[in-house]
Write a protein that binds this ligand. Structure first.
Ligand code: ZN
Length: 57
């Protein structure tokens, strides 16, 4: 097994990484990915919404 960050042999202490440094790198990527989210699609821009029949009240 090799470190997914730098491809060095994995250290059992830090697996699947080779060192704490690479573990921190992966953690940083994970945190960044969770905090920086792409803008959600605006529902108001959905053209299909205009075609939905509305119940007459
Ligand atoms: Zn590594």
């Amino acid at each position: 097994m090799t470190c997914p960050i730098c491809r060095k042999p994995t250290d059992p202490t830090w697996r699947p990484f080779c060192s704490r440094r690479c573990a921190d790198v992966d953690l940083g990527r994970w945190l960044t990915g969770s905090y920086v989210l792409p803008d959600p699609p605006a529902e108001n821009d959905d053209p299909a919404a205009e075609d939905r029949p509305r119940p007459a009240s």
